[in-house]
Design a protein around this ligand. Structure first.
Ligand code: GLU
Length: 284
């Protein structure tokens, strides 16, 4: 069918699911159900230095206990490096990505001298690497990138000014999240991305890559983050509490966190049906 909704949940296995990632899983799943669309699961284990197989298995086990079943094969980023390399080669050939010899240390040093934010890339290698190539960077331009987030509304970022030319292949040889996520979403036909608000400031970088590749962009929705008592984002790396055994209870909490009416449900199927109706009333 033309224009069929395709969404996804794409956890990084840097720990087990917690209340924050459950909210992202639930929102993306319910948005897909409310649209009568397909929903895919992708394990974002591209950063092998932070991901563990047992966490990936733990996440998949909880999703299966939640009866959140993907409508297609599970995609593993760690198995897709050849494809990322192919897209990177295209971007290099089209001069949209260039080799960079700067180290984090040299970038910080320059920024300290000029009073710029420490991780902003000053463009040193834009017109030619100054030494052996360490990483590969996407060439940004000064046009602000704008999109309308389905949750947060209009969003705009001048990527060149706020981030600078960003890394798409890292000095340790790993492909960066920004490139992998675009290639994966595109290859899976994803046209709706629903994820946590912590990623909203990454979205303009991803849109810049879509534009460079002349690929259609998905619609975006960034849902509010779940915070801990210190008002910090829950994160797997910071040791957020894994989900408890009563998963219906955990789902209910995630649901009301998103500002919806509490749901009393006998089963997961019943919960998702009621949730999809509320979602349709609010967004469709
Ligand atoms: N892998 C990311 C995370 O677990 C999510 C990426 C995305 O949804 O685009 O936070």
């Amino acid at each position: 069918m033309v224009n069929e909704y395709v969404g996804r949940f794409a956890p990084s296995p840097t720990g087990l699911l917690h209340a924050g990632s459950l909210a992202a899983a639930l929102a993306s799943f319910i948005d897909a159900k409310a649209h009568n669309g397909r929903w895919l699961i992708r394990i974002e284990d591209v950063d092998q230095t932070r991901c563990k197989k047992e966490w990936a298995e733990g996440i998949l086990e909880v999703l299966s206990r939640l009866e959140m079943t993907g409508d297609g094969e599970i995609i593993w980023q760690s198995r897709r490096t050849d494809r990322y390399a192919e897209v990177l080669d295209r971007l290099i050939a089209e001069k949209k990505v260039y080799g960079c010899s700067c180290s984090r240390h040299s970038i910080e040093l320059l920024n300290r001298l000029s009073g710029s934010p420490l991780n902003h890339y000053p463009g040193t290698c834009r017109n030619g690497a100054q030494g052996p190539i360490r990483s590969w960077r996407f060439k940004t331009n000064s046009t602000a990138i704008k999109f309308v987030d389905r949750w947060a509304g209009p969003y705009s970022q001048d990527v060149e000014k706020e981030v600078g030319d960003f890394v798409v292949k890292r000095a340790d040889g790993l492909f960066a999240y920004q490139l992998a996520v675009v290639v994966d979403d595109h290859d899976s036909g994803i046209n709706h991305v629903v994820r946590g608000a912590d990623l909203i400031d990454n979205t303009p970088r991803q849109i810049a890559i879509y534009e460079a590749l002349d690929w259609p962009q998905p619609a975006y929705m960034h849902i509010p983050l779940v915070l801990n008592e210190q008002h910090e984002k829950l994160s797997k790396q910071a040791g957020a509490r894994p989900l408890g055994d009563n998963l219906l209870d955990e789902l209910s909490k995630a649901w009301t966190h998103l500002g919806f009416d509490p749901i009393k449900a006998q089963s997961f199927g019943d919960f998702y049906l009621k949730a999809a109706l509320q979602w349709q009333n609010r967004f469709l």
